[in-house]
Design a protein around this ligand. Sequence first.
Ligand code: HEM
Ligand SMILES: [Fe+2]
Length: 799
Amino acid sequence: MKAYKRKDVNVMGVRKLEEWQQKEAKPTTKNGLLKSILIVTLLASFTVLIVGGFWIFENMAPRPMEATSSDGEVVMTQDSIIGGQAVFQKYGLMDYGTVLGHGSYMGPDYTAEALKVYTVGMQDFYAMKEHDQAYADLNQEQQTVIKEKVITEMRVNRFNEETSELPLTDAQVFGLERVEAYYEDVFKNGDGWGLKAGLIQESHVPGEGERLYVADSDQITQISHFFFWTAWLSSTERPDDDITYTNNWPYFEDAGNTMAFSAVWWSGASVTVLILFVGLILFVFYRYHLGMQEAYTKDNYPTFNLAKQSLTSSQVKSAKYFLVVALLFLVQVMFGALMAHYYVEPDSFFGMDWIFELLPFGIAKGYHLQLAIFWIATAWLGMGIFVAPIVGGHEPKRQGLLVDILFWALVVLVGGSMIGQWLGVNGYLGNLWFLLGHQGWEYLELGRIWQVILVVGMLIWLFIVYRGIRNGLKKERDKGGLVHLLFYASIAVPAFYIFAFFINPGANFTMSDYWRWWIIHLWVEGIFEVFAVVVIGFLLVRMKLVTKSSTVKALYFQLIILLGSGVIGIGHHYYYNGSAEAWIALGSVFSALEVIPLTLLVLEAYDQYKMMRDGGVDFPYKATFWFLISTAIWNLVGAGVLGFLINLPAVSYFEHGQFLTPAHGHGAMMGVYGMFAIAVLLYSLRNIVRPDKWNDKWLKISCWTLNIGLAGMILISLLPVGFLQLKEAFESGYWASRDSSFLQQDIIQELLTIRAIPDVIFIIGVVILAVFAVRSMFHLRPATHKEGEPLPIDEVEED
Ligand code: HEM
Ligand SMILES: [Fe+2]
């Protein structure tokens, strides 16, 4: 109960007091309008997402039960397509190359490559038939005639929905045979680039009749059927339509694949709508004062006495999470460095072939992504554990034990999943590849059992956090108040991972990819972003730097614009993966709007800078603030600007799956979530480590080197390579831009070599951080309070 309320009661008298008590018992209507808008926004966005998913389901390419030649011979079956997809996933090939533009940028796009082989096969078929020569040897006039004939023939949709049969023309069958022969060679002898020769072996699967997912025939033929099927769907028009199942992607004139009108129109429309909304949202922001307001004036800057700050046993135990964060980060960047090397020397490491044998590109890539998710997530888990007792005001019984159990579960998860992936890709797991090995999806490499452990781990974490903050939740009348928001954001983290279980081998690639982005995109551009802004708001209030009421209001506003744009913005991953054409419109318009909240965060960064400056030399959280400011800047540059660069469907049509994507991916993932993870790590450790042993000097160097290194690798390497690759696709067709010959050009090799400079600068920052974390472990403060003992903590007061 607050002082001014008591005063009101005295003057109001008893009846008023009763009324007031009744009112107090009811849920508050604070920020009622903003809350309603947020709920409506969420309901509307998810409705669109689900309806859009239904369109994808309705419109995606069929996998014919049988594809037949003109004399009735079965040349490809549904089983061999599904089996081929399983082979593709079992060997982790989405981490070396892409299918429908999704995956890794080192190998080819298998869809575009198969489409080229298939198309040239059809052209040769007619050239031989009509002129007894290969297509390449014909004169231009003859070529033009055949080219047009092939385009017309391949774009006709011959799939019979009733019988689930796909009759192929003789030329198509010839093309299919070319694709089979091509991949037989590639998978037996290697691709002359980063793919291991003999990767796929029949001895890796059980005998006929005992196989799961993989069909009873040669695995290499099956994978070539899967690739052929993606080439077929990318060049076959949807029933009663003049656009292919992939909305005419990949660009390849010989197959008649050119940009669709919708891509051009919605590119323009999305920028137009963006300009309109920039105006509207800025108006609302300033009109209703929706920023956070400082809670201090010049003379009453909050004081922090870290040496006297309360500390519980579970908080001390959270320290080892941060040690693991720093070490995993270090290992992760080492795999990154190895991959950067492979771009220059794809099948060896400075002549040490055994390193390639042990850790070829695909495995390094899978580890690189997985570890990024692990260390960033571990930092957040650690921070949640650290903050919980402060929010609740006491340490629950055996909280420390739970923290230790979760820690070891995480160690098992990280180690086990990495070993499993290695064994799976190397063919040691037989039918268990999906459960224990490499699941075959970029970003979701870990096998199903490891995913279950991950979810259990996140639930334990949620339980730990809940126990810690329970009292805080009880005390907060407003069910949409700051502590509640923190709790809801924490629930969302495990809740949104559940969609990983909707992806199963055997499901249509397009449908699985729909769910895959629910995790990757909705997590990173939705839930993580929500979690991050709520946590930042919460910490600033905790530090008494901003007022609570302004922060809660600001958070609602941020959540509305973040989720209102980001949820449907998922569509930028659905432009060309076999999803319905409507997603070009939805994806482009809504994801363009995503840049508005990200841009506004820069205003916040400036406020944070001011707060830090006002804190003067003694302000203890300087290092945390450097990384928070870095987060905001990369939100603008890495997520907003570089995301927007590849976001227009007309640009994405050529760019999808090229180097500009990792330029954006690094700027956004490392820049935003990496920097934020370090910020929360430093915030937590600052309170756990003995203040006299803390030294900001090295952290400042780390912050600068990480930022400069990241900016450098993007600006001097990834962006220029990406620009040249985009141009190559525009001029010679998409497949050419993804062929290893593109990467082997001198200029590209030079650009990929000089990235070593920023990479090393970046790594210096990581090493400093790792040394800092290790050293910190020797200087932890002892716990000051026992379990159950109330902590002398000011609550986050209403103001
Ligand atoms: C912090 C927020 C963000 C994070 C962490 C993030 C992260 C990523 C990552 C890691 C990828 C690569 C996916 C892959 O390898 O296949 C990606 C792709 C993409 N992102 Fe973002 N992103 C963010 C915000 C944005 C925004 C605001 C936009 C649009 C304005 C955007 C547009 C795109 C597009 C179009 C692609 C697909 C590129 C392709 O076709 O291959 N992202 N993002
Ligand atoms: Fe995205």
